[in-house]
Design a protein around this ligand. Structure first.
Ligand code: PHE
Length: 454
């Protein structure tokens, strides 16, 4: 069983399932359950989903394997890994650390909302299908001052305690139960949602692409979401891959993880958007979609309150298995590069992340007048910089690094376990890494910055 806290002697994943579960635990989180449905909702539905799936195929699978290859080859977390392969490239790992830091600061705020919703579910506060009421409740929570901050703090403390105490035992074991549980729950809620009168409009919206809605900003949103949802572009999978043994089939793992992640995202879409249409809600309502529509669905289910409690607990778990991987990247950077004590690194970095998160949370309430990039508030600005710029940039540069600096032969040798495994798709993957994936990112960047018009 891996212990990410042990730096002196490197452990390895106890089983292949252990790695897949931990990596999938990092990938599956608020990105799938909270973000994907609302992004689809506000970016033209099917058009967004279509681009997302294309990018998963071209960029997601490719970069997943690329990150794991770097991690397993070097047996080091991201900054050290790049340095080991080429002394001049350590900064690329640093870019990822910055992205992880920024993401966790607002991720934890949303994680806090899920804790608040567990409490609300237990007390039966949202046992209603009245969307005005539910919307008001959500709006009141996120625009508040003390309440969201307290929950943000609680979420950060849980994350911190897990990272300090060792990721191995508890979390690794619990993901093995939680992930399948989440899957089964999602299917049950999805069935209820799909059978609501009027739900089919939502299915149509979600599946049928209207290509006139494909604007550069939709492209950029989909690209950012691919990286965010798969935990790519910031060295997280490099770190997790570094704990893999030399005889594991990493080609297969890097197919399973994106596939699982995409399944959960689609499930969330099929649950939330039909309900949005059935209840006559606005699909482009944004971050509140999960928190406003689902309670309405639960109120229409037998044992709805129980469902709601269990569901939000599972969402919290999914969020925690992602947040620990985010914190781990920052902490291991401070430990490796600045020789900080692990405990000190975890406490100090969590503290700073918490403070940035406070600003993110307040920017939806008392500080909403502060406008940063493109009129975005602090919360949205953090998301924009991290997801839409840093992650795709990190992924693109990683591909350039592999394809043009470290060398495809080395990467393919590692992916195929020194030729022991048949890696039939090696030439295709090589082509994708060297040309297609970085070009895809570049084109989206140029498009959305207005430089290129296709
Ligand atoms: N993939 C996680 C999610 O979907 C978020 C995350 C991003 C985790 C980047 C780690 C690194 O919620």
């Amino acid at each position: 069983m891996v212990d990410l806290n042990e730096n002196k002697q490197r452990d390895q994943w106890g089983s292949k399932l252990g790695f897949i579960m931990a990596a999938a635990g990092s990938a599956v989180g608020l990105g799938n359950l909270w973000k994907f449905p609302y992004l689809a909702g506000s970016n033209g539905g099917g058009a967004f989903v279509f681009v997302y799936l294309v990018l998963i195929l071209l960029v997601g699978f490719t970069m997943m394997l690329a990150e794991i290859v770097i991690g397993r080859n070097t047996q080091l977390s991201s900054v050290g890994a790049y340095k080991k392969l080429n002394a001049k490239w350590g900064w690329l790992g640093g870019l990822g650390v910055l992205a992880g830091f920024l993401i966790l600061s607002f991720y934890s705020v949303v994680g806090g909302w899920t804790i608040s919703y567990i409490v609300k579910a237990i007390t039966g506060a949202f046992n209603t299908a009245d969307l005005d009421l539910l919307g008001g409740m959500f709006g009141g929570l996120i625009a508040g001052t003390l309440e969201p901050l307290v929950y943000h703090g609680i979420f950060m403390i849980i994350t911190l305690l897990i990272v300090v105490g060792g990721v191995s035992g508890g979390i690794e074991k619990s993901t093995k139960i939680m992930m399948p549980a989440l899957f089964v729950m999602m299917i049950m809620v999805m069935i209820r949602s799909l059978t609501l009168p009027g739900a089919m409009e939502g299915v149509k919206f979600f599946l049928v692409p209207d290509f006139s809605k494909l604007t550069p900003s939709v492209l950029l949103a989909a690209l950012g979401q691919v990286f965010f949802s798969l935990s790519l572009g910031m060295g997280c999978m490099i770190t997790y891959g570094s704990y893999l043994g030399k005889d594991e089939d990493i080609v297969q793992s890097s197919m399973i993880i994106p596939a699982l992640d995409t399944c959960i995202a689609l499930l969330a879409g099929f649950t939330i958007l039909p309900a949005v249409f059935a209840f006559g809600f606005d699909p482009s309502a944004g971050p509140g979609l999960l928190f406003v529509t689902l309670p309405a669905v639960f109120s229409k289910m037998p044992l709805g309150t129980l469902f709601a409690v269990v569901f939000f607990v599972l969402v919290l778990f999914a969020a925690l298995t992602s947040s620990i991987s985010l914190l781990e990247v920052t902490v291991s950077y401070m430990v490796d590069e600045f020789k900080w004590d692990r405990k000190k690194a975890t406490y100090i970095m969590s503290g700073i992340i918490f403070i940035v998160g406070v600003a993110a949370s307040l920017s939806m309430g008392p500080w909403s007048h502060i406008e940063l990039i493109g009129g975005r508030n602090i919360f949205d600005t953090l998301g924009f910089i991290a997801e839409n710029i840093l992650l795709p940039l990190g992924g693109m540069l990683m591909c350039i690094f592999i394809g043009w600096v470290w060398g495809l032969e080395n990467a393919i040798k590692e992916a195929s376990n020194e030729g022991k495994l048949a890696f039939k798709l090696a030439p295709v993957w090589g082509f994708l890494v060297k040309y297609i994936a970085p070009l895809a990112v570049l084109i989206v960047f140029l498009q959305s910055s207005g430089i290129l018009k296709i």
